[in-house]
Design a protein around this ligand. Structure first.
Ligand SMILES: Cc1ncc(COP(=O)(O)O)c(C=O)c1O
Length: 475
């Protein structure tokens, strides 16, 4: 199955032409009829290509004249959410949307959960970690009586720094802080480099948790289009960076983006790092999923391409190793001292026992063997769920085919409502993530994120068939 829909492939084709200057600003864009002829595509595909390019802000429809390549300086900003007032505890904007979805899920009795990005607990090496914990407690009877350092256990930081060398990132243990997951790492990064009211750009769509963090820190959000094909659209980003509004920071998930599953090509990573450095925009890298790539060859990080110490690297073990331990880390380069101070004032150091257990496991060859097995399992689970979606969902549904991870991003034909599906599915104990929570725009109201972290079973198959039936009722 080709996972990038034809209209997106064509849209990318034309974006490349605009980028390279083959199609210039102000020029007439090929007509719908010409596209149908030249690319042997249907009317609806040709129209979708134009719509996609309009979404990127590079195409402008002029009445009775056709489509034209847009002037870069008139490009619209994709979205700006106004910062919520500081003195209210009420959820506003995206946070309200996300909270209502999460709360509705918490109230329901869930039998099958497709909303989770985690693996099923049985896929994690829990027994081994428990054994390492018992060993650590035996070795140091005072362990629970002593507070750990703010930066975290140095042995674990050394292991993480050594592992990062394989992803070509040069992180030093001394300039790393162990955190409560990537969530705390990203919070720290943002607090270190922004002030309330600053503008921070994110990919669109992006993980809703990032949008919640931004809103909670009173930051303005700018969404930059991204595709499952290659992640953030650098052309659109470049235009935004040139606009008068200063973009203080940009958060990007370059590897196995949530929800798109995209992996940025190395050339794009290098260009992105360069662009941000040129415009004085701090690049915050969220590498939560990088270790879950299918291939043996590790993915490069943005940090690898960073020559000017402008990338803050954030990562987590919560998807790859043990969600219950909530371990993540941040390598903030020149902002390290500030991050360490913020960590100290916010939560102090993370507890030591889990760090010792994880460190003890990660330094053995069993860790790589475990990851290899996990990746294979996830590939199979994704394939099985993807095949079932093709079987049960309405014709015209598109599913991504990510090269790793736990997530599928499913595009329903436009007239279907993901939020209606979410509500109806909850009534029968099935939880999904509706596309609306991954953006402050309404662009993803017909998208659904499906988590593939659990082994395929008749129960999962039946739940997907039920989702298909619920969608049929929407017709
Ligand atoms: C892209 C991304 N970043 C960050 C997080 C949060 O990570 P953690 O659980 O380590 O705080 C998630 C969790 O789903 C995520 O998908």
């Amino acid at each position: 199955m080709h996972t990038t829909p034809l209209y997106r492939q064509l849209a990318n084709h034309y974006l490349d032409a605009i980028r390279s200057g083959t199609l210039k600003t102000g020029e007439r864009f090929p007509s719908i009829r010409l596209m149908m002829e030249k690319h042997a595509v249907s009317l609806s595909t040709a129209v979708q290509v134009c719509r996609e390019l309009e979404d990127y802000g590079v195409l402008e429809a002029r009445p009775r004249s056709g489509n034209y390549i847009r002037q870069p300086d008139t490009l619209p900003k994709t979205v700006v959410s106004t910062p919520p007032p500081l003195d209210t505890g009420a959820y506003l904007g995206i946070h309200e949307q996300v909270s209502s979805v999460l709360k509705a899920s918490q109230r329901a009795t869930i039998k099958v959960n497709f909303a989770s990005a985690y693996c099923a607990p049985e896929l994690y090496p829990l027994k081994i970690l428990q054994e390492h914990m018992i060993k650590a407690l035996r070795q140091d009877q005072h362990l629970l009586g002593v507070q750990g350092s703010t930066g975290g256990n140095l042995a674990l930081r050394n292991i993480l720094a050594r592992r990062a060398l394989t992803t070509k990132a040069n992180l030093t243990a001394e300039k790393m802080v162990i955190t409560n997951g990537a969530t705390e790492a990203i919070n720290l990064a943002l607090r270190a480099v922004t002030q309330p009211g600053d503008t921070v750009a994110v990919e669109s769509p992006t993980f809703y948790g990032l949008l919640q963090i931004l809103e909670s820190l009173n930051l303005r959000v700018l969404e930059v289009p991204a595709t499952a094909h290659s992640g953030i659209n650098l052309f659109a980003l470049e235009q935004l960076l040139q606009s008068p509004e200063r973009i203080r920071a940009l958060i990007v998930i370059p590897n196995l983006q949530n929800p798109l599953g995209s992996i940025m090509p190395d050339a794009n990573k290098a260009r992105l790092v360069q662009l941000c450095a040129e415009h004085g925009t701090v690049l915050i890298e969220d590498d939560t999923y990088g270790d879950l790539v299918d291939t043996e060859q590790p993915l490069s990080t943005l940090k690898h391409w960073d020559c000017s110490d402008n990338v803050i690297y954030c990562a987590s073990l919560n998807k790859t190793l043990a969600p219950g331990l909530r371990l993540g880390w941040i390598s903030a380069g020149k902002w390290h001292e500030r991050v360490e101070m913020l960590k100290h004032t916010q939560t102090r150091g993370c507890e030591t026992l889990s760090q010792l257990a994880v460190g003890a496991f990660m330094k053995t060859p069993s860790y790589e063997r475990y990851l290899r097995r996990l990746r294979k399992t996830l590939t199979q689970q994704r394939q099985q769920i993807s095949a079932a979606i093709t079987r049960y969902f309405p014709p015209g549904t598109c599913v991504t085919d990510p090269r790793g991870g736990t997530l599928l991003w499913v595009e329903l034909p436009r007239h279907y409502s993901a939020m209606a599906l979410f509500r109806e599915a909850l009534k029968v104990g099935i939880q999904i993530s509706p596309g609306d929570i991954f953006s402050n725009t309404q662009r993803f109201d017909h998208f659904v994120r499906i988590g593939c972290g659990a082994p395929y079973s008749p129960k999962i198959d039946e739940a997907l068939a039920t989702l298909g039936r619920l969608l049929e009722n929407q017709r």
